[in-house]
Ligand binder design. Structure first.
Ligand code: FE
Length: 133
């Protein structure tokens, strides 16, 4: 259920809504408590809004209180990539889709066990694929 990865900026703009483009391709951040999935509890797979890659399982989603969808683990090893982000006067670890490079959010070391990680992800970067459909 993955999609072809756009090769040009024009194609990305065509494939994504303006709001998705701003987050996924320009590393924007949706406002807390405004996204589609921050309070979503439906079982299923969260796929990349950019390319359809399975990125997070709803079974690892938890309520972090942050107002963004939060997960303690990616769906599989290697599906998300990370890089140090020093923007906005902070040192954070940026998280992106390893397949298409779309920005997803950040990962913080204050999550629940067993990983202790909090993948803080924009709803706009995700597409929920409900279980059993
Ligand atoms: Fe992707």
């Amino acid at each position: 259920m993955t999609k072809r990865i756009p090769t040009t900026d024009a194609e990305w703009r065509e494939q994504l809504t303006p709001e998705q483009y701003q987050v996924c391709r320009q590393k924007g951040t949706e406002r807390a408590f405004t996204g589609q999935y921050w309070d979503e509890k439906t079982p299923g797979t969260y796929r990349c809004a950019g390319c359809g890659e399975a990125l997070f399982d709803a079974a690892t989603k938890y309520d972090s209180g942050s107002g963004w969808p939060s997960f303690w683990e990616p769906a599989a090893a290697g599906v998300v990539g990370t890089e140090v982000d020093t923007s906005h006067g902070m040192q954070r670890v940026e998280v992106h889709c390893a397949r298409c490079g779309s920005h997803l959010g950040h990962v913080f070391p204050d999550g629940p066990q067993p990983t202790g990680l909090r993948y803080c992800i924009n709803s706009l970067s995700l597409q929920l694929d409900p279980a059993g459909e």
